[in-house]
Write a protein that binds this ligand. Structure first.
Ligand code: MSP
Length: 654
């Protein structure tokens, strides 16, 4: 491995998840983003440490355990194990999975408490106020909704009156405001900083950091000789970011501190952007570079909740649609920081369009062309001679994408990579290598295929962190290895891949027509996934003869000539045009056709096409489509099948 970037240490964390519930897509989202960052960071040569884990103390967990007749530790073991299994199934590349019940963690937290106490930042007093057990948060009277409700989750708070230790948060008001002012990227996205600055500028109360009414938590340091207190769960939890590196015990990994980025959901930004830097200042430790807060996922437009039964189980989705497709969807669909909606339709559209058509199909074209022209051999030697222009375009985009990653503009990063794929797909259409082969310009045809292969290789390197498994298949097919050395060669140094031989592989992202998840019931999901696979396998076995149909069968399809009388683009769709087609039936048929990349709406109006007129209507992007246009697609692009001479509208095709 090259030593490019290798001295730089990068520490990335997810929140540690409460063990009172099983993982849903919100948890998976944070973890997938962090995993992508960690994989990317390793690829570019940074010495990387990626932490995740579980948050196991506090009143909420102890109550949940009691409701199930378990001790808190038994319950925590069970749920923490489930999180770990899920991340292992998802091949999450964490370096450490911390549990707040780990002895080293507890020792580290006690050391931190002691240090803050010795510094004079902790004092003993009495707390009287409102507590939300669900959010494990204290609120002042003024913050409550209707004098009782938690301002974050709406559930009733309880009045807590107990002896408590306090952290002098109020002493850190000015220092925090200075921090936000001097480091405008401390909170990402930057737009989120405003609410934090306003909150702090509005005045900070000292923070109650111990509880006496239950005992499921980290005890105070023994030197304090105050056994009835356990630490406030958020103090305990936040400290995980340093105890995981050995703070207070074996400090060998503390050179990873400070964190490059703590990834969090917007609901827990306040804890990370106010309490955490204040604790760190008190401990005289450097502060993390970024606290990056993502938005919330809803399901089909609604908040996910158990009572509505609409919680999306990430494992079910990944099992049905494929882990890498799920990862891509989560990272691409929603701009970081904004709320996003999970719908199977949106996921299917991404798979069919971005992954199937743009990425998977490009690989097919590479193997198709190279197979036909050069027995699968790719030689890059003439790429610069014929395609400097395209290479320059590619490199101009690629040299700006890296900065998008740690600024958390991951959706943009992917958008840019897709622009690069478009350069490749467009080059094939523009240069028409099949014609070059026909008229003796073989060298040029080879150079074109090599250009496209090189573009695919470059994009694959940069997509590896997003879809590690699918990209490793692409790499195998291209005969390249994706590692730091390749990254340096073809991304940093803008080089080309060496001579290689393409291996044909199965379609990476087979087209999906219907949602695969009918209910949250895993068994049904499996049935649904199995069926199309079995059908596909069956189809392979059918011989050509078995495949013959009778003429009656053919005429079950009603094919007619129609005139396209209106065509408009479907907003937000890269592929679809909405057409009104006159088939002489009195009422026009509305047809959503995936041809936007090949035809403009204007050029279609007034032209004729062959239409499947008795297709069962289906909804696409929320709109009805009542038919289908016949078209043929090959390396040369997509073309509609049309009558040779104009025909009377509605003429039957036979
Ligand atoms: N234990 C605390 C974190 C302590 S970190 C020192 C906690 N745990 S949690 O399990 O409730 O939430 C973990 C993460 O999941 C949070 O970042 C939260 O924002 C995220 N999500 C929970 N529901 C979510 C969605 N519906 N959508 C996106 N993320 C959401 O908070």
């Amino acid at each position: 491995m090259s030593d490019h970037n290798s001295c730089k240490k990068v520490y990335i964390t997810t929140p540690i998840y409460y063990v009172n519930d099983i993982a849903h897509i919100g948890h998976a989202y944070t973890t997938i983003i962090a995993d992508m960052l960690a994989r990317y960071s390793r690829l570019v040569g940074y010495d990387t440490f990626f932490l995740t884990g579980t948050d196991e103390h506090g009143q909420k967990i102890s109550t949940s355990a009691a409701q199930r007749g378990k001790t808190p530790k038994e319950y925590a073991d069970e749920i923490s194990g489930k999180f770990k299994t899920l991340w292992d199934d998802f091949d999450i590349s964490y370096d450490k999975f911390i549990r707040t019940t780990d002895e080293e963690h507890k020792t580290g937290v006690q050391k931190a408490f002691q240090k803050m106490f010795d510094k004079g930042d902790i004092y003993k007093g009495n707390y009287e106020g409102n507590y939300c057990v669900g959010c494990e948060t204290f609120f002042t009277d003024a913050q409550l909704i209707d004098e009782e409700g938690c301002p974050d989750c709406g559930r009733p708070t309880t009045v807590v009156k107990e002896e408590s230790y306090f952290f002098r948060l109020s002493n850190y008001e000015d220092k925090l405001l200075e921090l936000y002012k001097n480091n405008p990227e401390f909170i990402l996205p930057r737009a989120k900083a405003k609410e934090i600055v306003n909150f702090v500028a509005g005045g900070l109360n000292d923070l109650s950091i111990s509880r006496t009414s239950f005992d499921w938590g980290v005890k105070l340091p023994s030197s304090m000789d105050d056994d009835k207190h356990v630490m406030y769960v958020w103090l305990d939890a936040l400290m995980n970011y340093i105890t995981a590196l050995g703070y207070g015990t074996d400090e060998a990994n503390m050179d990873f501190w400070p964190a490059k980025v703590h990834l969090v959901g917007k609901d827990i930004l306040r804890f990370h952007a106010i309490f955490w830097p204040a604790f760190l200042m008190s401990l005289e430790l450097p502060l993390p570079d970024h606290i990056a807060a993502h938005g919330w996922w809803t399901r089909d437009g609604e908040k996910m909740s158990k009572s509505k039964g609409n919680v999306v189980n990430p494992k079910e989705v990944a099992d049905a649609y494929g882990l890498d497709a799920f990862r891509y969807f989560m990272l691409r669909e929603v701009p970081f920081g904004q709320d996003g909606d999970f719908s199977q339709r949106a996921l299917i559209d991404r798979i069919n369009s971005d992954l199937g058509n743009d990425l998977g199909n490009l690989l097919n074209r590479i193997s198709g062309m190279s197979g036909k022209y050069s027995d699968f051999k790719i030689v890059s030697k003439d790429v610069i001679k014929y395609h400097q222009k395209e290479l320059d375009e590619v490199h101009a985009i690629l040299q700006n994408v890296e900065q998008l990653i740690f600024n958390m503009q991951i959706h943009k990063y992917l958008e840019e990579l897709w622009k690069v794929l478009t350069i490749a797909n467009k080059a094939i259409g523009d240069y028409e290598p099949w014609n070059m082969m026909k008229d003796g310009r073989e060298e040029q045809a080879m150079a074109l295929v090599a250009l496209v292969t090189n573009i695919m290789a470059k994009v694959s390197v940069l997509l590896e962190s997003v879809m590690p498994h699918k990209i490793s298949q692409i790499a195998k097919s291209l005969g390249i290895t994706i590692d730091n050395e390749t990254y340096i060669n073809i991304i940093v140094n803008k080089g080309l891949i060496g001579d290689t031989v393409i291996t044909k592989i199965d379609a990476l992202f087979p087209r999906i027509e219907e949602p695969l998840l009918v209910t949250a019931d895993v068994q049904k999901v499996e049935e649904k996934v199995q069926k199309p696979r079995q059908e596909a396998e069956k189809q392979v076995e059918i011989t050509e003869e078995d495949n013959l149909i009778t003429i009656d069968k053919f005429f079950e399809t009603s094919l007619k000539i129609g005139t396209i009388v209106e065509a408009v683009e479907v907003p937000k769709s890269k592929k679809l045009l909405k057409l009104q087609v006159d088939l002489g039936e009195g009422k026009n048929k509305q047809i959503l056709a995936g041809i936007k990349e090949f035809y403009s709406a204007d050029e279609l109006v007034g032209t004729q096409a062959c239409v499947v007129a008795n297709l069962k209507p289906a909804k696409l992007m929320g709109m009805m489509s009542e038919g289908m246009l016949l078209a043929a697609k090959d390396e040369n692009g997509l073309h509609l099948i049309r009558p040779e001479k104009p025909k009377i509208i509605g003429t039957k095709i036979s």
